[in-house]
Design a protein around this ligand. Structure first.
Ligand code: HEC
Ligand code: HEC
Length: 342
């Protein structure tokens, strides 16, 4: 009986269409296993699926949304991208995928700018930079149940045709804070004007690869004091920066017996709870590198103080708001290292 059940589940797993598997592997962590959203926006809502074409999905995956958490999937093959789209489309119970002509919408961008300030900026930001945070949250208090995406984003602008944007404004997205602006009293011409304005957003895209290469992974400084003195100095410097010390331990604690313990490597953990909560509200993934940690090692007669480089990490996370927080953290780390080794 048990054998039969196991066989049945295994059979089911292999019979799963590849798209579902790929979606589970690459998208579910942010958009939810069933497309209900999370760090990413929901993808399964009928109002969304009926207003975007497959080209939009394809380009959104290819380009990502630089600075807005959504990664660029440059390594997936066309066939894999199509399989993921087919899986997402399988949630669509009503009509088939729409298709839009790629003709530009002709509008008056100047008038559109005025309408944008009046009707869109409160949610999408005055420059179309998007709301604070991203996606959907079930736990933290935020401005909207779904955070308005960035519209001045090269990934969005590269993926959405004028007519797709127009449809979104005409119909809204039922089940989200994005309402129909035809129903809000704008005319079709007004909507064309807003589309022209949104199209006029252009942000210089910095290549994430270039940013990564510009940043070392670790910050390292040499201390002229002994290991113990340096550890004490790191603690003093952290406390001086309003951090609370959590603990310090030998790097190999728990891995070796007491006699074998390498006492030449000490890690100091500290935390600033306000910073932690602010950063967590921006992006739950900061949990991966907080609390703060500085490692002091003695190696070949030299004492080194080192820590991860928060700037390097924030580039990996593709979140512009988190990047600002990490820049702040970088300055604090650099100060602490400098003070401790002075
Ligand atoms: C009350 C807040 C709110 C207002 C006001 C608002 N939007 Fe939105 N908008 C949203 C949300 C939330 C979404 C994401 C909906 C979803 O998850 O499908 C969205 C989605 C969009 C999208 C699709 C972008 C994408 O990446 O999914 C476009 C385009 C857009 N809005 C344009 C506008 C424009 C232009 C205006 C003004 C005429 C406007 N919105 C007004 C909240 C708002
Ligand atoms: C690390 C998190 C993350 C992953 C992984 C991720 N996304 Fe996203 N995605 C986002 C976020 C965040 C947004 C909204 C961007 C914004 O707020 O400006 C988004 C936006 C989108 C949009 C635009 C939605 C709209 O309303 O127009 C699509 C489509 C999309 N993602 C598809 C995918 C697919 C398909 C995958 C897997 C191949 C994927 N995403 C993987 C975070 C992610």
């Amino acid at each position: 009986m048990l054998m039969l059940m196991l066989a049945a589940t295994a059979g089911e797993a292999t019979a799963k269409p590849k798209g579902a598997q790929l979606y589970g592997q690459h998208c579910a962590v942010c958009h939810g296993e069933n497309g209900t959203g999370g760090v990413g926006v929901p993808l399964a809502l009928p109002g969304f699926l009926s207003s975007v074409d497959d080209a939009y999905f394809r380009e959104t995956m290819r380009l990502g949304r630089p600075g807005r958490v959504m990664p660029a999937f440059t390594r997936l093959s066309d066939a894999e991208i199509n399989a993921i789209i087919a899986h997402i489309r399988s949630w669509q119970k009503d009509a088939a995928a729409p298709s839009f002509n790629t003709q530009p919408v002709k509008g008056d961008a100047k008038h559109g700018a005025k309408l944008f300030a009046q009707h869109c900026a409160t949610c999408h930001g005055d420059q179309g930079q998007g709301g604070h945070g991203t996606g959907v949250t079930f736990s933290r208090p935020r401005d909207l149940p779904i955070i308005a995406p960035a519209l001045n984003n090269p990934g969005f602008l590269g993926a959405a045709s004028d007519n797709m944007i127009k449809t979104t404004l005409m119909k809204g997205r039922a089940g989200t804070p994005m309402v129909s602006f035809l129903e809000q009293g704008l005319s079709e011409q007004d909507i064309d004007d807003v589309v022209s304005y949104v199209r006029s957003f252009a942000t210089p895209a910095e290549s994430p690869q270039a940013l990564l290469e510009a940043e070392p992974a670790m910050l390292v400084m040499e201390s002229s004091y002994s290991l113990e003195e340096t550890v004490a100095a790191v603690k003093r410097a952290a406390v001086g920066k309003n951090f609370r010390l959590i603990r310090d331990q030998y790097l190999e604690d728990g891995l070796y017996s007491e006699e074998e313990l390498n006492s030449k490597q000490v890690m100091v953990y500290f935390c600033n709870f306000k910073f932690l909560y602010d950063a967590l509200a921006l992006d739950p993934r900061v949990g991966l590198f907080l609390p703060c940690r500085v490692t002091v090692v003695e190696q070949d007669g030299k004492v080194l103080v080192m820590t991860i480089n928060p700037k390097r990490l924030s580039h990996l996370f593709n979140n512009a708001e988190l990047e600002r927080a990490c820049d702040e953290m970088y300055r604090v780390y650099a100060d602490i290292l400098e003070e401790a080794t002075l």
